[in-house]
Every structure is written in structure tokens, then in C-alpha cells.
Design a protein around this ligand. Structure first.
Ligand code: NAP
Length: 236
């Protein structure tokens, strides 16, 4: 069965993607930011590794370990992420750099390391997670929206570079999805946001996972360079 590598598989959307693919007999390699999180993944049948996308050193050592253990990973899902919101006027240099570093540099660094086995096999799937923030903007998220827009442009460019080698590269852009990132304790006013969503609710992580599952499959082989929006009509 095909091997899939998912960053940020311990919670939220990444967890739902990992569980869904596991149930379809994919071999799933997933990451968490802590050793404990990685061990928890392994207990559930996901092969867990510790990864902090904020550290180039950690990315290098973890990727070395992952690709030594699994030289035949054909599917990469760049999912991990976090937010450090603030209005531009108040945004610190660290808030800006940290979000750009984890999201944009992180996607570049992981993807670069993941390409070799796909090129060898002349088959691959790269799926990056961006956000409706990239197209709509979102007050307080200039760092996050800029990083996600960068991921979309990166994906389109890579799709052109590796298409002839049987590798597709797509981006999935979720709207508001019920996870720790958007729960009310994180300062998100769900009631206010729901007013803007035609389907009148936040999405479920499993709804993202089903779309990702299709993009991993053989059947999606003619889709590349796309940003696929899944947001209950928030952006159309
Ligand atoms: P979440 O529930 O907060 O989970 C985040 C995941 O990313 C966790 O597995 C976490 O690991 C990992 N992670 C966080 N910081 C990391 C770092 N520095 N290095 C490596 N891994 C890190 O978030 P989510 O809502 O599922 O979000 C998943 C992706 O979807 C993100 O890229 C996010 O931007 C995007 N997205 C989410 C929404 C939404 O409404 N939820 C909307 C649009 C896009 P630990 O468990 O170890 O902390």
C-alpha cells in the first residue's frame, strides 16, 4: 500500500486526514511537535515522528530519519500550522517571522526533501493546506494570510516543474473548520463568523479529509496546480 507523510497529524485536520487514510490501508507517517505526541500517534497505528517546522535543524534530522526508515513515500501532505494573530500595527517582528517560517519555509523545506522518491517512482502527490485567508484576507492575520498565499503560489510553480514526472501538486484551502485553532477559547467569535457562511456552520475536519483522500488517489491524476476551496460558501 502507498505510504503517506502528513505533517501535524496529532490534532485537528491532520488527525482526521491521518485516520481516514489509515482506514483505507495507506501506511501513514505522521508528526507531532513533541516526542509524547509522536508516541501517541504510534499507539494509533500512525508511524509517529517528532517535528518542529520552526527549526531547520529539526527538519533536517527528522526528515533524515523518516526517509531512512521509509525511502518509498509517494504522498506528502503539508498540513501542520499555527497562528500568531495581531493587527499589522501591533504585529511584532517575531509574530511575522515565526508564522512565515513555519508555514512557508516549512512547506518548501519538507517538500524539497520529499521529492526524490517521487521523482524516482515517476509518481507522486503533494497536497498543501492553505486557507481562505489567502484570498479573502482576515483582520489580524496578515502573517498567516501572506504565508498561505505564498504556499498557493509555491504549489502552482512546483506543479509546473514536476508535472512531466507524474507528480501532481495541489492546495486545499479550508474555510473555518472546527479544530483547536478556531475554538472559542482561542478568541474566535464563531457566532459572528457563521453569519458569513452560506451553509451556516463551521466545517468538520472529516470533510477536509475526504477531499484530501480523493486528491491522494489514482482517480485525481489529471488535477494539478489547483487551489481547491472547501469553505461552506464563505468564498466563491
Ligand atoms: P490544530 O488543530 O491546531 O493542529 C495543528 C497541528 O499542527 C498539530 O498536529 C500540531 O502539533 C502541528 N503543529 C503546530 N505547530 C507546529 C510546528 N511549529 N511544527 C510542526 N507541527 C506543528 O490546527 P488545524 O486547524 O487542524 O490546522 C491544520 C492546517 O489547516 C493548518 O495548516 C492550518 O493553517 C490550516 N487551516 C485550518 C483552518 C481551521 O479553520 N481550523 C482553516 C484554514 C486552514 P501538536 O499537536 O504537537 O501541537
Amino acid at each position: 500500500m502507498k505510504k503517506v507523510f502528513i505533517t501535524g497529524a496529532s490534532r485537528g485536520i491532520g488527525k482526521a486526514i491521518a485516520e481516514n487514510l489509515l482506514s483505507q490501508d495507506y501506511v501513514v507517517i505522521g508528526t507531532a511537535t513533541t516526542e509524547d505526541g509522536a508516541n501517541q500517534l504510534s499507539k494509533k497505528g500512525i508511524i509517529g515522528y517528532q517535528l518542529d517546522l520552526g527549526s531547520l535543524e529539526n527538519i533536517e534530522s527528522t526528515c533524515k530519519e523518516i526517509y531512512n526508515d521509509h525511502s518509498d513515500i509517494e504522498i506528502l501532505i503539508n498540513n501542520a500550522g499555527f497562528t500568531r494573530d495581531n493587527l499589522v500595527l501591533r504585529m511584532s517582528e517575531d509574530e511575522w517571522q515565526d508564522v512565515l517560517n513555519v508555514h512557508l519555509n516549512g512547506v518548501f523545506r519538507i517538500t524539497k526533501r520529499a521529492l526524490k522518491p517521487m521523482l524516482k517512482k515517476k509518481w507522486g502527490r503533494i497536497i498543501n493546506i492553505s486557507s481562505t485567508s489567502a484570498v479573502l484576507g482576515n483582520k489580524g492575520q496578515a502573517n498567516y494570510a501572506a504565508a498561505k498565499a505564498g504556499i498557493e503560489a509555491f504549489s502552482r510553480t512546483l506543479a509546473r516543474e514536476v508535472g512531466s514526472r507524474g507528480i501532481t501538486v495541489n492546495t486545499v484551502a479550508p474555510g473555518f473548520i472546527n479544530t483547536d485553532m478556531t475554538d472559542s477559547s482561542s478568541g474566535v467569535d464563531q457566532e459572528e463568523l457563521i453569519k458569513e457562511i452560506p451553509l451556516g456552520r463551521f466545517g468538520k475536519p472529516s470533510e477536509i479529509a475526504h477531499l484530501i483522500s480523493y486528491l491522494c488517489s489514482e482517480e485525481s491524476s489529471y488535477i494539478t496546480g489547483q487551489t481547491i476551496h472547501i469553505n461552506g460558501g464563505l468564498y466563491m
